[in-house]
Design a protein around this ligand. Structure first.
Ligand code: P53
Length: 474
């Protein structure tokens, strides 16, 4: 049985739903300079905001003006918590100011008050693909050590202002996406990196991630100093990487890939890098700016829990041309014929969620929080006006079943479950509206047309009942 205070809810991120990209003195973020793509078509990262291009995050679903209506719908579903992020550029429009922007702080005061009034606890990510664009153009993003101080200032302001309203925090969303450093999207959204010819992308990624890990640790320490009751977690994109066969080399390849993809969580929770990473740096001649103070900071700011997203699993296999078993997402992933895939090619693997919960518990011995899980799909309203999204219900039901087994049979300590995109919003990966996750339908299409009206999908009533019965009735 799940605990009585289990945090059922939903998750979103500021840039994917708020819109209001210039309201309240908000500055440009990395999300504001990305156009829309599609499955197999990468979003374009433009040099600033260019005329004639469509930027889906500028308006998103206009939550900035409609949040009261939306929170009322979340309350109707019975949400105990609501995960969103604080857009860094509302608080520090350029990122390097000394004083925060009061209008931005007021927006989040009002938003959190509205949640609390409805019995919903805010769960807040500090940096969810929303780095101020000014920090990219003027400082090179997180390749610059100065970003640690800018983030620290932002984090301190947020904790000081909101610590009585927000107890649960996370520092960097899916910090480990950039393990796939050859994809511009991941390094840009995680770290604000734009590469020049001749750059060693991998080395720069490790450096940026290091600065983020230090910044995260400093934030954790500050949060605890401001209010010892605050719980600050990391946020890892957890997709286990299975071996293609029981061939020992495949099993080793799987293990080595998991190390590369998840070492971030080791640093967050132990305050130290695993040896396999530092050995790897040596072999690759990667020299990291890593001070004694950094090491002290990492140890002083270990996280209270592991927040993670779970959508899918991957499979890898040994390649004889890769004698060091180095992980490469483009080269070494193979198809899993045991599981189906979504329209966007994401493997649907509920048992993998139970595996992940066990893996994370065994490795980190910390409470876990599933802060994203969900099914991006094309929804078509029926003649009765409603979206009958049984496919989404099936996906979530199967994952919740596995989650309950992990708690009941495996003894995993789990704080909560917040399905992704509880209201339809702009896809991070593709910038589309049509890749929908919500319990609530939003009338808007990929081109930006639509009334923005909200309506309840079939899954809305289903999830309401799940929460009402604390997961007993699926
Ligand atoms: P979208 C890739 C793989 C797994 C999770 O993703 C990912 C990504 C990035 O595309 O991102 C997380 O919108 C992220 C959210 C995002 C959500 O998963 O590409 O934390 O911001 O929207 C779903 O379908």
């Amino acid at each position: 049985m799940l605990a009585k205070n289990f945090l059922w809810g939903g998750a979103v991120a500021a840039h994917q739903l708020e819109g209001g990209w210039k309201e309240g003195n908000k500055g440009l973020s990395v999300a504001d300079v990305m156009t829309a793509g599609a499955h197999g078509v990468e979003r374009e990262i433009t040099d600033g905001v260019l005329p004639g291009k469509y930027y889906p995050n500028h308006e998103a679903i206009d939550f900035y003006h409609r949040y009261k209506e939306d929170i009322a719908l979340f309350a109707e579903m019975g949400f105990k918590c609501f995960r969103t992020s604080i857009a860094w550029t509302r608080i520090f429009p350029k990122g390097d100011e000394l004083e925060p922007n009061e209008a931005g702080l007021q927006f989040y005061d009002a938003l959190f008050d509205e949640c609390l009034k409805n019995g919903i606890e805010p769960v807040i990510t500090l940096s969810h693909f929303e780095i101020p664009y000014h920090l990219v153009t003027q400082y090179g993003g997180f390749r610059n050590r100065k970003l640690i101080d800018f983030f620290e200032r932002f984090a301190r302001v947020c904790f000081e202002r909101f610590h009585q309203k927000v107890k649960y925090w996370m520092t960097f969303n899916e910090i480990n996406n950039q393990a796939n450093f050859n994809r511009d999207f991941t390094t840009f959204t995680n770290s604000g990196l734009v590469f020049n010819d001749g750059d060693n992308r991998e080395a720069i990624m490790y450096q940026a991630a290091h600065y983020e890990l230090v910044a995260s640790a400093r934030a954790v320490k500050i949060a605890h100093e401001i209010n010892p009751a605050l719980k600050v977690g990391c946020m890892i994109q957890f997709s286990p990487i299975y071996p293609a066969t029981c061939r020992p080399e495949d099993v080793l390849m799987s293990q080595k890939s998991m190390q590369k993809r998840f070492y971030f969580a080791d640093v967050h929770s132990f305050g130290r890098y695993p040896k396999h990473i530092t050995e790897y740096w040596t072999r690759k001649n990667i020299v990291i700016d890593f001070t004694e103070q950094d090491q002290a900071d990492l140890l002083a700011g270990t996280v209270d829990y592991i927040g993670f997203s779970y959508y899918m699993s991957f499979v890898t296999q040994y390649n004889p041309d890769n004698p060091y078993f180095d992980y490469g997402e483009e080269t070494d992933f193979v198809q899993n014929d045991f599981v189906p895939r979504s329209d966007w090619g994401w493997q649907i693997d509920p048992v993998g969620l139970r595996y992940s919960l066990n893996y994370l518990t065994d490795t980190y011995r910390l409470p876990l929080f599933i802060v994203e899980n969900g099914f991006g799909a094309i929804d078509e309203p029926s003649d009765d006006g409603m979206v009958h999204d049984d496919y989404r219900i099936d996906y979530l039901k199967a994952h919740i079943e596995q989650m309950k087994k992990a708690v009941d049979e495996d003894g995993v300590v789990l704080m909560g479950y917040t399905p992704w995109g509880c209201i339809d919003l702009v896809s991070a990966g593709t910038g589309e509206m049509k890749k929908r996750y919500g319990f609530i339908y939003v009338d808007k299409d990929n081109q930006g047309n639509g009334s923005l009206a909200r309506s309840r999908k079939k899954s809305f009533y289903w999830y309401q009942q799940v929460i009402q019965t604390n997961g007993e009735q699926l």
